[in-house]
Design a protein around this ligand. Structure first.
Ligand code: PEP
Ligand code: MG
Length: 325
């Protein structure tokens, strides 16, 4: 199988029905960078910057972060890298930050909530990203945005940082894209003006699914209880795609499900065109996508929904087993 994936590494990610997909990789450590070439990824759709904070025993300095981010861009072969700002709290706890003893950490003070309430670290990180870009294009996304105002406030921080760099005479990025992760159901129902304003959205499927089904992603007892291909969840994803289509908002999906071939095909059938996953998943996902007709998968899912199936999985698996290769 590895050889088969190597043989399609340079092949464009086009489905049997002629739909162009973009398959990107998730990363977070310097050791991940060589995978950009070996996997054939179109870019880094999610760079989890908290990993650099988690592997240390003290807060990194701005200059250290800037050097790291610059190294990432140097090694990105001109491909787009989506830097996600610090996503801590919940399951990701920094040993050098005072623990906040919360009864429900997944629903607690985490990610952008920390960034906005204690902006010192976020400002330092934004500055490090701007300095690292050294005039190159820069893409930044904020995690766990639950409402419009949080995106606005975070974006305002970025714009302030940009202004400061400009005043200091530092080069500013050639282009700057500022997006948000859609990881809470609330954001899917934000006003249309939010979808018009946000420069791109990326669905964090791990968190979005956890909150959609109210099932802790870390809890083995409930984690597998709800299928990603559950009709309710697929319907919800389709609605998000439609809202983004209406406003022309670029949308991607970067949870673990993007790296599971059957799930990836169903995400594509729901209208997602950009999927970001572990580098090792790109081959298997591309291989299956190249063999499917998304319109037919969509029909299979719609038929399962019309029958009242709880999940589309059985019908889709059956279709994939019998469909002409
Ligand atoms: C997600 O929630 O799907 C996601 C990509 O972010 P993380 O897994 O780092 O929370
Ligand atoms: Mg998440």
């Amino acid at each position: 199988a590895q050889e088969r994936y190597a043989s399609i590494r340079e092949a464009p990610s086009i489905t049997a029905c002629g739909t162009q997909m973009s398959l990107q990789m998730n990363a977070g450590l310097m050791a991940d960078l060589p995978s950009l070439e070996s996997s054939g990824a179109d870019g880094v759709g999610l760079f989890r910057t908290e990993l650099q904070f988690l592997i240390r025993n003290q807060m990194p300095k701005r200059s250290e972060l800037s050097a790291l981010y610059s190294h990432v861009l140097d090694n990105a072969m001109g491909k787009r890298v989506v830097f996600r700002t610090l996503d801590i709290g919940s399951d990701k706890v920094l040993s050098y930050m005072k623990p906040n003893d919360e009864p429900n950490p997944a629903l607690g003070w985490r990610a952008i909530r920390v960034g906005l309430d204690k902006p010192g670290v976020m400002r330092m990180q934004l500055q490090a990203l701007l300095r690292a870009a050294k005039g190159r294009p820069l893409t930044v996304m904020f995690p766990f945005v639950a409402q419009y105002e949080e995106y606005r406030a975070a974006r305002a921080e970025m714009e302030k940082a940009l202004e400061r760099e400009h005043i200091l005479g530092h080069p500013i990025p050639e282009t700057l894209e500022i997006g948000a992760m859609l990881e809470t159901p609330s954001l899917a129902f934000a006003p249309k003006s939010f979808f018009e304003e946000v420069q791109f959205l990326s669905i964090g499927g791990n968190d979005l699914k956890q909150f959609f089904f109210a099932a802790d992603r870390e809890n083995e007892r409930v984690r597998r209880r709800y299928d990603t291909l559950n009709i309710s969840f697929l319907t919800f994803l389709r609605q998000i795609v439609e809202r983004c289509e209406e406003t022309g908002t670029p949308l991607s999906f970067c949870g673990e499900d993007a790296g599971r071939p059957v799930e990836a095909v169903c995400l594509a059938a729901m209208g997602l065109r950009t999927l970001s996953m572990r580098p090792a998943s790109i081959g298997p996902v591309k291989s299956l996508l190249m063999r499917v007709d998304l319109g037919q998968v969509r029909q299979v899912i719609d038929a399962a929904a019309a029958r009242g199936d709880q999940s589309a999985r059985h019908a889709v698996m059956e279709y994939l087993r019998t469909a002409p290769a």
